[in-house]
Every structure is written in structure tokens, then in C-alpha cells.
Write a new protein. Structure first.
Length: 218
């Protein structure tokens, strides 16, 4: 079985799978234990680099989960190696809930979603958040690309496991830049047609006789 299944399929989850009739299919993935962290392949790395945002889930000392959105230019989440993701965290509303949660319990879940391609990747990992000045070399490595704003922390996630989720029910949506690329040929064609239309109007105006050309003179 995958490391992700091993971590996700708790006894309570297995009981629900039994109740819902999916335990047989799930059980086929539980035959061999997977005690080592799963390395990211180039497919996962390329997917992460191609996104401009993701969801970051942590758990507080009260036991309640907390989800935060992190966004930036494509590639702001860097794949440092097959086991490590990293990015520069910039100043936000200064609540620092995620940072506090991670200091108490470093186990986190990341959710990467691409609406355009209707694909999603789930990641379990161990996160750290340290002031950027603590590791200037790593901060420089993560600086381009990065989110706009005042850099406060270096966030790294040591990937423990991951799984691709099914594409069902992902509503296709596209970013402004993706739409710009897709619509560029249409806009170019529209501009050409407008130029041709303007030229034809000018030709018609030049060929039209003056309004008073047929009036008798006195």
C-alpha cells in the first residue's frame, strides 16, 4: 500500500469503508506496509510548480483544524528535492495561527488544486516555519519567484506521503493569465476585423456622392 493510504486509512476510516462497501477495493492497497516517506516524482513536482496557490491545513492545540490559503506567482512553492517543498511566507493579517499550530504539531496537509486541468494533489508532511534571517542562503534560493510582500518566514514541508485525487466534481475555472493566453488569438482576429471594417467604412464614405450633388442650381 502507499504511505498515504497507511496514514489516511485509520481504524475509524476502515470501519466506514466496511459500512459503505468500499473496503474490498481499499483493502487491495493495504497488503504491504509502507513505512518510508514517499518521494515526489517529476509529475508531482511539475504540478506544484505550475500552480499559483494551495490550501495549507494544520491542527491547533485545541484539536480543531485550521485551513489557510497561500498564493503567489506560479512556482512560488519550490520543490527543493524529492522530499521537500519550500516557500517564503510574507506578512498577512498577523494572526500567525498556522505558525503557532506548526510549532505545537508539525503534521500538516497540503491541497493543490488545478481547476483548469481538473486535477488535485493531496500531501501529508511535516512543516517548519523559521524567520527568514535564520537561513539567508535558503531564503535567497526561494526568493524567485515568491509572493509579493514583506518576507517574514521560511516555510518548508518534508513530504511524508501524497495522493492524486479523482477529478470528479472539479468545476473548470481559469485564471486571468490563462484566459489571456487562450483568448489572445480571438482578440487578435477581432482587432483585424475591426481594422478591416474601419477601412471598408472609409472606402464607402469616399465613394458616396455628396448629399447635395443632385440639387438644381439657381
Amino acid at each position: 500500500m502507499s504511505r498515504y493510504d497507511q496514514l489516511a486509512y485509520t481504524p475509524a476510516v476502515r470501519r466506514v469503508q466496511e459500512e459503505m462497501g468500499s473496503a474490498t477495493a481499499a483493502g487491495r492497497r493495504l497488503r504491504e506496509p509502507a513505512d518510508r516517506a514517499e518521494p515526489l516524482t517529476e509529475s508531482e513536482a511539475e504540478f506544484v510548480r505550475g500552480l499559483d496557490g494551495f490550501l495549507f491545513a494544520s491542527v491547533g492545540e485545541t484539536g480543531w483544524p485550521y485551513i489557510q490559503f497561500r498564493g503567489g506567482p506560479k512556482g512560488f512553492v519550490h520543490v527543493l528535492d524529492e522530499h521537500t517543498l519550500g516557500y517564503l511566507d510574507v506578512r498577512g493579517n498577523r494572526q500567525y495561527i498556522t505558525t503557532g499550530n506548526v510549532r505545537a504539531d508539525d503534521r500538516v496537509a497540503l491541497f493543490f488544486l488545478d481547476h483548469g486541468r481538473q486535477a488535485r494533489l493531496k500531501v501529508f508532511g511535516h512543516a517548519t516555519a523559521v524567520p527568514a534571517h535564520k537561513d539567508p542562503a535558503l531564503a535567497e534560493l526561494l526568493d524567485s519567484p515568491r509572493s509579493e510582500g514583506t518576507v517574514e518566514q521560511i516555510v518548508t514541508v518534508r513530504v511524508e506521503a501524497f495522493a492524486w485525487n479523482c477529478r470528479n466534481h472539479i468545476t473548470p475555472r481559469f485564471s486571468e493569465s490563462e484566459l489571456a493566453d487562450a483568448l489572445a488569438p480571438v482578440r487578435a482576429r477581432l482587432a483585424l476585423l475591426e481594422e478591416e471594417n474601419a477601412a471598408l467604412r472609409a472606402e464607402l464614405a469616399a465613394a458616396r456622392p455628396p448629399a447635395d450633388s443632385g440639387r438644381p442650381t439657381h
